[in-house]
Design a protein around this ligand. Structure first.
Ligand code: S3P
Length: 164
């Protein structure tokens, strides 16, 4: 089976959904951010502060291309979609599943999270502006899943059905 790439804005639930989906489908799950952290032995926050966003984006692309492309669920960082190269890779090697959540939900989940350099200290308007600047990239996916008012099981079931 081709890879399943879970995408979506910060706080959309990619990690939680990815883990449950992996359990249901009996597939391994790999997270691009976690792989970068392991490789560089630094937190995402430290990488942004010490090396800058451009460096992080290069690492993200490298990791994406090093990961397996068969029988695997890959959860991605919310910004992976901004590079055409990354979207092209994910489309070529699998299905891009995009999780969508309302900006109110996102704001509640991420605004006080100090580990997310692009979310902490941002107002709801600023977060929404960042989301809007990426919306066309998120929409460039295979399967779009609305997550608001749904529990994890519903979301995971919907993904499984849509993948068939
Ligand atoms: C980012 C999202 C983060 C992480 C980094 C940049 C983004 O991942 O990759 O902080 O640009 O949206 P999550 O979507 O898991 O928070």
């Amino acid at each position: 089976m081709e890879a399943i790439y879970l995408t979506g804005f910060m706080g959309a639930g990619k990690t939680t959904v990815g883990q449950q989906l992996a359990q249901n489908m009996k597939l391994p799950v790999i997270d691009t951010d976690q792989e970068i952290v392991k490789k560089l032995n630094k937190s995402i926050k430290e990488i942004f502060e010490e090396n800058g966003e451009a460096f992080f984006r290069d690492q993200e692309t490298k990791i994406l291309k090093e990961l397996p492309t068969k029988d695997v669920i890959i959860t991605t960082g919310g910004g992976i979609v901004i590079k055409d190269e990354n979207r092209a890779w994910m489309k070529e090697h699998g299905n891009i599943v995009m999780l969508h959540a309302d900006i109110d939900t996102i704001y509640e989940r991420v605004s006080s999270d100090k580990t997310r350099p692009l979310a902490s200290k941002k107002s709801k308007q600023e977060l929404n502006d960042l989301y809007q600047s990426r919306v066309n990239f998120y929409d460039d996916c295979t399967i779009l899943i609305e997550t608001d008012q749904k529990n994890i099981e519903d979301i995971v079931n919907e993904i499984s059905i849509r993948l068939n």
